[in-house]
Design a protein around this ligand. Structure first.
Ligand SMILES: *Cc1c(COP(=O)(O)O)cnc(C)c1O
Length: 397
C-alpha cells in the first residue's frame, strides 16, 4: 500500500473532504471499517475468493502480436480487464465495497451512474448478495443509455432518474449523496471511481490495485523485465491508478494517462481536465476541474460516456504536478479509429474509453523499438458501444 493519502485524505494539496457536516460521521464510519477490513486476513481472503470465482481474476496479460507488427515499434501487451464479469474493471471496486456493506450490516446500497457501467456493476453484486439497490442516473443519460437502464432493472435494481442541472452524472452524484445523508444507518454508498470525499479515492484505488499487482508479475514473466510504458484512459481515474499503483516506485516505468479530447481541445468540447482545467472543489474533493472564471462547472463532451466528467481523481492531480505521470488526450475520431484497428488486427472490440488508451499507443509506439514494452490497460469491452459507433459512422443497425 502507498503511504498517501495522509490521515485527512490529502494527496498533497488535493483530495480531502469538502462535504456537509451531516456526512462526516458516515465517512468516518466507512474509513474505520475499511481500515480494519484491509488489515483483516479474513476480509482479504473473502475478496480474493469472489474476485477469482465470480469476477474471473486474474485477467490475462495478452501479447498483441499483430498490433505490435502493424505499428512496427514497441512490443504491446494488453491487460484484459474487458474479460471481467460485466465487461469492465468496475466490478473490482463494487465487489470490494459490497463486502464492506455486508460487514457494516447495511441491507441497502446506492450508487450513481453516468454511462450505466458502474450502475450495472453495482446492481450485479447487489443481486448476488441479496441487497436492496437503488441507482441514481441523470434523465439525459437514461435516454442515451436505455440498454443499461434496462439491464439494471433486470437485475432487480431501482433506477431513479435525476431531473436536475444538466441531468447527467454530476447531478446523479449529488442526489446519491442526499440519499446517503438521509439513510446512512441502513445504506452504503458505492462510489464508482477515485473521486469524492475521503476515504473514497483511497479505497477505490486499493480495490482497483489488483490490476497492477497482477500485471507486474505477468509482464515480468512475458517480457523478462518491467515495462517501459504503462498507458490507461482516465475518466475519474480508477482503472489508470489501479494499473499504475504497483509500479509507482519503479522510476524507469513511464506512465501516461489519456483523457478525452472530444472534438479537439480548441473546440471547448472535451473532458481534458489537465490540459485546460484548473484547481477547484467538486463533489467532496479538491482537484483539477473544468470550470469557468466564476467556478461554474463546464459542460464536457466525449464520445465515451465513461470519460465524460468535469473532475479527475485527486491522486492523479498530485502525480501530474509531481511529473510522475504524464497526461495527454486523444479525440473522438482518434478513439474510433483505434477501436477499428484493434477489432481488425486482434479481434478485440475495446470499450470506447479503452480505445482512447489504444489511440495514444498508436501515436507513440512506432517511435520505440521492439525490446521496449508498452502495457495498455484495456479497461472494458466495446459491446456496449456498438450502437454509438454505428451512429458515428452513419450506419443504421
Ligand atoms: C467507467 C469506465 C472508465 C472510466 O473510469 P475510470 O475511473 O477512469 O477508470 C474507463 N473504462 C471503462 C470501460 C469504464 O467503464
Amino acid at each position: 500500500m502507498t503511504a498517501i493519502p495522509d490521515k485527512r485524505g490529502r494527496f498533497g494539496p488535493f483530495g480531502g473532504r469538502y462535504v456537509p457536516e451531516t456526512l462526516i460521521p458516515a465517512l468516518d464510519e466507512l474509513t474505520a471499517v475499511y481500515q480494519k477490513a484491509r488489515r483483516d486476513p479474513k476480509f482479504r481472503h473473502e475478496l480474493d475468493y469472489y474476485l477469482r470465482e465470480y469476477v474471473g481474476r486474474p485477467t490475462p496479460l495478452y501479447y498483441a502480436e499483430r498490433l505490435t507488427k502493424k505499428l512496427g515499434g514497441a512490443t504491446i501487451y494488453l491487460k484484459r480487464e474487458d474479460l471481467c464479469h460485466t465487461g469492465a474493471h468496475k466490478i473490482n471496486n463494487t465487489m470490494g465495497q459490497v463486502l464492506l456493506a455486508r460487514r457494516m450490516k447495511k441491507p441497502r446500497v446506492i450508487a450513481e451512474t453516468g454511462a450505466g457501467q458502474h450502475g450495472v456493476a453495482v446492481a450485479t453484486v447487489a443481486a448476488m448478495f441479496g441487497l436492496q439497490c437503488e441507482v441514481y442516473m441523470g434523465t439525459e443519460d437514461m435516454e442515451r443509455q436505455a440498454l443499461n437502464v434496462f439491464r439494471m432493472r433486470l437485475l432487480g435494481t431501482t433506477v431513479t432518474g435525476v431531473n436536475a442541472g444538466s441531468r447527467t452524472l454530476k447531478d446523479a452524484i449529488s442526489e446519491a449523496m442526499r440519499d446517503w445523508t438521509t439513510n446512512v444507518r441502513t445504506t452504503h454508498y458505492i462510489l464508482g471511481s477515485v473521486l469524492g470525499a475521503h476515504p473514497y479515492p483511497m479505497m477505490v484505488r486499493d480495490f482497483q490495485a489488483v490490476i497492477g499487482r497482477e500485471a507486474r508479475k505477468q509482464i515480468v514473466r512475458a517480457h523478462g523485465k518491467l515495462p517501459d510504458y504503462l498507458v490507461a484512459c482516465v475518466g475519474g481515474g480508477s482503472n489508470a491508478i489501479g494499473l499504475f499503483t504497483a509500479f509507482l516506485k519503479d522510476r524507469r516505468v513511464k506512465m501516461v494517462g489519456v483523457e478525452a479530447g472530444g472534438l479537439g481541445l480548441s473546440s471547448g468540447k472535451h473532458a481534458a481536465r489537465f490540459a485546460s482545467g484548473s484547481v477547484g472543489v467538486l463533489q467532496g474533493t479538491m482537484t483539477y476541474l473544468l470550470q469557468d472564471g466564476d467556478g461554474q462547472i463546464q459542460l464536457t463532451h466525449s464520445v465515451s460516456a465513461g470519460l465524460d466528467y468535469a473532475a479527475v481523481g485527486p491522486e492523479h492531480a498530485l502525480y501530474q504536478e509531481r511529473g510522475r505521470i504524464a497526461y495527454t488526450s486523444v479525440t473522438d475520431d482518434e478513439a474510433i479509429a483505434a477501436f477499428d484497428l484493434l477489432a481488425q488486427t486482434e479481434g478485440i472490440m475495446p470499450a470506447l474509453e479503452s480505445a482512447h488508451a489504444v489511440a495514444h499507443v498508436v501515436k507513440f509506439a512506432p517511435t520505440l523499438t521492439r525490446s521496449q514494452a508498452v502495457l495498455v490497460n484495456l479497461s472494458g469491452r466495446g459491446d456496449k458501444d456498438v450502437h454509438q459507433i454505428a451512429r458515428m459512422k452513419g450506419v443504421t443497425i
